[in-house]
Design a protein around this ligand. Structure first.
Ligand code: ZN
Ligand code: FE
Ligand code: FE
Ligand code: FE
Length: 164
């Protein structure tokens, strides 16, 4: 892709997010299945449902653009998911693995927060107000998911990992 205008960069960012969310829709069920704590499993399953809605929102963003959005691979999400898979394969204590899963999941959320924040801001500059609304909704969900993971870690999972 040629980054010759803010519009082309916006399209590129949307394409990257679409692939990132699609990768997560495949990866999150495995992450949820690997969680030992029922609360953590539930939190990941809840975020899987939100992730599906985020992918739908991105489709609506694309429909609102009059450009073709090419398919792109989000290399960063590939790597982040790979790190999650490494944790799943690791042997060890289930409580410690839960703390590791949260650390991996928060890396994913932080990446998404950065990506949605930048895309939203580009959309504002381009006057794409309906895209901005959709991106902001997903950004808020990503931030809430990150906060939920922090509170699970602090209230429960890290303590259990520390007492192994
Ligand atoms: Zn995402
Ligand atoms: Fe997401
Ligand atoms: Fe990416
Ligand atoms: Fe997320």
């Amino acid at each position: 892709m040629k980054l010759d205008s803010l519009q082309s960069l916006f399209v590129e960012e949307i394409a990257d997010l679409q692939d990132a969310e699609d990768q997560l829709i495949s990866a999150l069920p495995k992450m949820a299945g690997a969680a030992n704590s029922p609360e953590l499993r539930q939190a990941i399953e809840d975020h899987l449902e939100e992730t599906k809605a985020q992918a739908e929102r991105l489709k609506r963003v694309v429909e609102g653009l009059d450009t073709r959005v090419p398919s792109k691979t989000c290399a960063a999400m590939k790597g982040l998911i790979k790190e999650g898979e490494e944790i799943i394969k690791e042997t060890g204590d289930p409580c410690v693995k839960d703390a590791a899963l949260i650390a991996a999941a928060q890396r994913v959320e932080h990446y998404e927060i950065a990506a949605y924040g930048c895309a939203r801001t580009f959309g504002e500059l381009l006057g794409a107000s309906s895209a901005v609304d959709l991106l902001q909704q997903s950004l808020n969900e990503e931030a809430a998911a990150d906060k939920k993971l922090t509170s699970l870690a602090e209230s429960l999972v890290n303590q259990e990992a520390a007492s192994v």
